[in-house]
Write a protein that binds this ligand. Structure first.
Ligand code: FAD
Ligand code: 2HG
Ligand code: ZN
Length: 482
């Protein structure tokens, strides 16, 4: 067992480490500062924590044995997937008394059932591996995020992840049919049912979806598969304003119905930031515009030439003055370039300065008011910052990002105070439009105070009661969500 050189554990701590080693073996028990480092900081480097150790179980039985040791010793547990979360939910607190349980070794595809259109996987499977396994049998697992190479199915379930295909297929909640989870006392709940109909009372899996590691550890899942599209069309559209995106969405929906898989928007500020920071990407449009829409239509059969039909519609809208310009991808490589631009925002924002990001949803029809309210507020109340917007307008989910020059906030305490003030401004606009302060990223560590402020007190009371039912000792991911 490797010991932390800068920190001697109490004798009872040593006993616990020995017990973990007995479950996962010395190679999968990490206890030195160096070995643990990458598990103790979040994807954007905003949260740093400490832990007694990191345990890397290989299967559900090892997760259960590890959790049972924690339960007996009263040690807190932080479940960790791909560690790409946006809210610090997979980073332990600073006290160093918890154990991080990483699912990264649990990557098996357990079963593919083409006739049932389901796939059963370990929770540590990266999302991209599940997409690939589905595609190998001619099916589609539609969840799609910029982090899909790294994030895991367990993390997608725990955060109820969204992404770019929610418009057509829904968020993770709509894609999960069954769950296996290790409960905080070490018991294994086997809810791996691949049933489209199961009307036998409360549906526990829905409590685990979006629970952010606070009720137990998801170790396996049965996921829904769909038909692979046989035809698709990808377009990038230049727009005069964000309202034009809504009008275009409405028109395209009327004409293409269910085939509208993705409809995303980006402000020009964000678009230029991405192009400046990722110089290998090229804008496929001739000039600049205030806003852009990223559109994908797909169809399971090739009955309609989607590309030609979309080009015709965009041509008509352009003639009527509804859009400035548009380009359709003519090859897979061109489509990929368009999606690369869309998926590079997080990296670009991180490099651009001290960024305060938001994950707001409002009724789709009110997105323009949200953008105007936030833009105005940032301009007048935070003149040092510039505002950027990107998001899933088809779901009413817009990420508003205020970026300050990094040199203004060398002191992290000062940055967190100002970030709180920017959050308050964005929340004020959000609440006035009947929106939510977290659409798809979750609450984690960053948004707890905002949840307390904005969630209905009755819902909060029931959430606390549910937490106590599953986890009376409060050992699962303390300090997260509630
Ligand atoms: P982690 O970050 O490891 O954990 C997230 C939370 O889930 C933590 O609270 C953790 O304790 C809990 N958890 C993890 N695994 C388990 C488990 N097995 N059982 C119980 N609890 C668990 N999110 C979106 O919704 N839409 C996007 O479009 C999107 N784009 C992104 C783009 C980039 C470039 C990046 C870096 C992130 C993006 N995200 C997006 C955020 C993130 O990828 C998702 O929240 C993802 O679902 C997190 O999965 P993960 O495996 O990395 O979870
Ligand atoms: C996206 O939509 C992600 O690209 C991340 O949800 C947004 O980095 C962000 O603020
Ligand atoms: Zn998003």
């Amino acid at each position: 067992m490797s010991q932390n050189p800068s920190h001697r554990h109490a004798p009872e701590g040593d006993l616990v480490l020995t017990a973990f080693e007995g479950v996962v073996g010395a190679a999968n028990l990490l206890a030195t500062v160096g070995d643990m480092a990458r598990y103790l900081v979040d994807a954007r480097g905003r949260y740093r924590g400490a832990a007694l150790c990191v345990v890397r179980p290989a299967n559900t039985a090892e997760v259960a044995a590890t959790v049972a040791i924690c339960a007996r010793a009263g040690i807190a547990i932080v479940p960790q997937g791909g560690n790409t979360g946006m809210c610090g939910g997979a980073t332990p607190g600073a006290q160093g008394r918890s154990v991080v349980i990483s699912l990264e070794r649990m990557r098996s595809i357990r079963e593919v059932d083409p006739a049932n259109s389901t796939i059963t996987v370990d929770a540590g499977c990266p999302l991209a591996a599940v997409q690939e396994a589905a595609s190998e049998i001619g099916k589609l697992f539609p969840l799609s995020l910029g982090s899909e190479g790294t994030c895991q199915i367990g993390g997608n379930i725990a955060t109820n992840a969204g992404g770019t295909a929610v418009l057509r297929y829904g968020p993770m909640r709509d894609l999960v049919m069954g769950i296996e989870a290790v409960l905080p006392d070490g018991r294994i709940w086997n809810g791996l049912r691949g049933l489209r109909k199961d009307n036998t009372g409360y549906d526990l899996k829905h409590l685990f979806i979006g629970s952010e590691g606070t009720l137990g550890i998801v170790t396996g899942a049965v996921l829904k598969l769909f038909s692979q599209p046989a035809a698709s069309a990808v377009a990038l559209v230049a727009l005069p304003d964000v309202g034009a995106a809504l009008a275009l969405l409405e028109r395209i929906r009327c004409e293409f119905g269910e085939r509208v898989t993705t409809f995303e928007v980006m402000s020009d500020s964000e678009y230029q930031l991405v192009l400046a920071l990722r110089t290998e990407l090229r804008s496929p449009l001739a000039g600049q515009a205030p806003w852009y829409a990223f559109i994908e239509l797909t169809d399971a059969i090739e009955a309609l030439d989607l590309r030609t039909a979309l080009a015709e519609t965009l041509g008509e809208v352009m003639e009527a003055g509804g859009i400035n310009d548009a380009t359709l991808a003519e090859s897979g490589a061109q489509a990929e370039n368009i999606w690369h631009i869309r998926h590079s925002v997080t990296e670009a924002n991180l490099k651009a300065g001290a960024a305060v990001s938001h994950d707001t949803s409002v009724p789709v029809s009110r997105v323009p008011e949200f953008v105007a309210g936030v833009e105005d507020g940032i301009r007048t109340r935070f003149p040092d910052a510039k505002s950027y917007f990107v998001g899933h307008i088809g779901d009413g989910n817009i990420h508003a990002i205020a970026i300050f020059p990094r040199e203004k906030f060398l002191d992290p305490q000062r940055f967190s105070e100002v970030a709180g003030e920017v959050n308050a401004l964005v929340d004020e606009v959000t609440v006035s439009l009947g929106g939510s302060v977290s659409a798809e990223h979750g609450i984690g560590r960053s948004n707890r105070a905002r949840l307390q402020r904005h969630k209905d007190p009755i819902e909060l009371e029931f959430m606390r009661q549910i937490k106590r039912v599953f986890d009376p000792a409060g050992l699962m991911n303390p300090g997260i969500l509630l």
